[in-house]
Design a protein. Structure first.
Length: 464
């Protein structure tokens, strides 16, 4: 009875408690669940908790009857700097909200006062020896920045209000898993995704073209067009909006060499999210912020009776989602068109976004069985950089530039047979310095973005 109440509380918390699953592999988390996070996210060929279905739905039939729940404390450090000198005549036009002095240097961190708390939970039930049903709930990804004094230039100073965004995403995964024979299993999950978003302080982008400024002082015949969004009233300060979406996850696991080697493959479709209508003037494609398609392959090898080694490769296709992959439409200084052209306003299909590249993540993890009660873990992961040097300007709001993580973890079996697991992760500080990153109409110069992270997690689980 007590365990049933604990499970119900964990599931409710995962859905209802406001959390931010912070970007660490782009907008994705490093891994799913405390055990996998102790291995730097390695999990595609693993099957050791009811949260394993978030890495590979084929794992669940190998888990047995099981319950797991826990949470992690996520503490990122992020900052941005704008520096350079203005040389474009457009930046000096009266009425241009982005005009800058001759030289400038703004720098500030984007941290909130408190860390973020991210719950996790899973339940798996064996319908027969060869089939199981389960439910897994995990934080999927997100981003938070909060520049208390402003960071984006505004008439030679900073915005007079706070500037930032908050994105929170969670996946709920009902899973059916089937054991084909002693060596092979397959699984399918319905990906039910929920996200919340809000943005504030971006008032410099909400012009309506009602008072264009003629030349001079601009180039001969030039008229400055202050409008950059198709829906200026649905761009900033609209409060929190949420949306739901659906996708599929398909997986396979196979055991070889007398079960010493396990191989796993997983495919997660793009999750088609409802549009964020209150922010259709900010996100490209009318407020459509989908969760990208991703897939991977993993291996787990029992090097000895005590030592298990694992390796995953994950591909995340950010460029397929316009609200994430579209580049800054900045005219001559960058690739793309012009933000001041109605066909490439913010919110249109061609509108500016974060310009993220597709990302490949490499994860290596290990487990060592110290004794019958204690298992130790460690891992390291490395990923491609999703943010190009000419795309740092908009990524002031989403400085997801982490490339390397190191982790440790452990599981201890308690006298009653249940177990407690923990992990610690450090994401090493990384900085991307802008190169041709700020359009001339915004004053020119460069935007530099930086981030590092720490996280701790604890989980409790048992077989029944």
């Amino acid at each position: 009875m007590i365990k049933n109440r604990l499970l119900a509380a964990a599931v409710t918390a995962a859905i209802l408690i406001p959390t931010t699953a912070m970007a660490t592999n782009g907008m994705f988390m490093m891994g799913n669940g405390t055990k996998a996070n102790g291995r730097a996210g390695v999990g595609i060929a693993m099957h050791d908790s009811a949260i394993s279905g978030a890495d590979n739905p084929a794992a669940m039939v190998r888990v047995g009857n099981r319950i797991d729940f826990g949470f992690q404390v996520f503490d990122p450090e992020r900052s941005a700097e704008i520096t350079g000198s203005s040389g474009n005549p457009l930046s000096a036009l009266p009425g241009n909200p982005f005009s800058l002095p001759t030289s400038y240097n703004f720098e500030q961190d984007a941290n909130t006062d408190d860390p973020f708390y991210i719950p996790e939970g899973g339940f798996n039930y064996m319908l027969s020896n060869d089939m199981s049903v389960g439910l897994t709930i995990v934080g999927t990804g997100g981003m938070n920045t909060n520049y208390d004094e402003g960071i984006i230039p505004f008439n030679g100073a900073a915005f007079p209000t706070d500037v930032g965004i908050n994105l929170e995403q969670v996946r709920i995964l009902p899973t059916l898993s089937y054991r084909i024979n002693e060596q092979h299993s397959v699984g399918v999950s319905l990906q039910i995704a929920y996200q919340q978003f809000k943005a504030w302080g971006l008032d410099g982008f909400t012009g309506t073209n009602s008072t264009p400024v003629p030349s001079p002082p601009g180039p001969p015949g030039q008229v400055f067009d202050p409008q950059v969004s198709q829906a200026p009233n649905q761009l900033s300060g609209k409060g929190r909006e949420d949306s739901w979406g659906f996708g599929l996850s398909l997986g396979w696991q196979g055991s070889f060499m007398d079960d010493r080697l396990t191989v796993g493959v997983v495919y997660n479709s793009e999750i088609d999210m409802d549009e964020l209508d209150d922010y259709k003037g900010l996100f490209a494609d009318g407020g459509s912020l989908d969760i990208p398609e991703n897939y991977g392959i993993g291996v787990a090898f029992k090097a000895t009776d005590k030592l298990l080694l694992g390796f995953d490769v994950q591909q995340i296709n950010y460029s397929d989602v316009k609200a994430i992959g579209n580049p800054l439409q900045a005219g001559p200084n960058n690739s793309g068109g012009n933000m001041f052209n109605p066909t490439s306003y913010l919110g249109t299909k061609n509108g500016s976004a974060f310009g993220w590249d597709d990302m490949t993540v490499y994860k290596f993890g290990s487990e060592y069985k110290w004794n019958e009660q204690l298992t130790l873990r460690a891992g390291y992961s490395h990923s491609d950089q999703p943010v190009d040097k000419d795309q740092t300007f908009f990524n002031i709001l989403a400085p997801a530039v982490i490339e390397d993580h190191a982790t440790i973890g452990m599981t201890y079996i308690l006298p009653q047979g249940s177990e407690i697991s923990m992990f610690y992760m450090h994401a090493f500080e990384n900085e991307v310095k802008g190169n041709n990153s700020i359009p001339g109409a915004f004053g020119g110069g460069e935007a530099n973005i930086k981030m590092s992270q720490d996280a701790w997690g604890i989980a409790y689980g048992w077989n029944f």
